[in-house]
Design a binder for this molecule. Structure first.
Ligand code: HEM
Length: 130
């Protein structure tokens, strides 16, 4: 199976796990004061729903869809808008992969590697719009 397909199946198992998005944000917010500072005024239940789609957009891009949705994320996260500096994506990726490992009962080294590869491709698009 190729990396995007491995990730799609793994993501399906994660989404079926009731606390996946709660646990992701708990880890992500814990990872750095810089990250916490960005979410002080955020409606977190709404944010969790938005992220569900955001991750799907990264996976679909790796599967060959055009980068349109990621370019919109690049714009909202750019220095003129949310001002998300490129290094903050490292915290995001680490928190996500740790959370996947906790929630996907079938996760292996191959799954972890596939997630890294798929996320890196799309995040490059978002970071390049900073
Ligand atoms: C908002 C996805 C990385 C901070 C959003 C939204 C989505 C999203 C879908 C809502 C729609 C929008 O504003 O465009 C993602 C994805 C990421 C990512 C897929 C990884 C590739 C980050 C990182 C930070 C961050 C690294 C750094 C702290 C925020 C903030 C908001 C936001 C502060 C606005 C929250 C509010 O409404 O108060 N993100 N994001 N995001 N994101 Fe991200």
């Amino acid at each position: 199976m190729n990396a995007p397909d491995i990730v799609m199946q793994s993501y399906g198992r994660c989404c079926a796990s009731a606390t996946f998005f709660d646990d992701f944000y708990q880890q992500f917010l814990q990872s750095s004061p810089e990250v916490r500072a960005k979410f002080t005024n955020t409606d977190m239940p709404a944010q969790k729903l938005l992220l569900r789609q955001g991750i799907l957009n990264l996976v679909l891009f790796a599967r060959g869809l055009p980068p349109t949705k990621l370019q919109a994320l690049a714009k909202s996260h750019s220095r003129e808008n949310l001002d998300i500096q490129p290094h903050l994506y490292n915290y995001w990726v680490d928190a996500l992969i740790n959370t996947v490992e906790q929630h996907d009962g079938q996760a292996s080294m191959e799954t972890r590697q596939a997630w890294r590869e798929v996320l890196a491709k799309g995040i490059e698009v978002i970071q390049s719009g900073y």
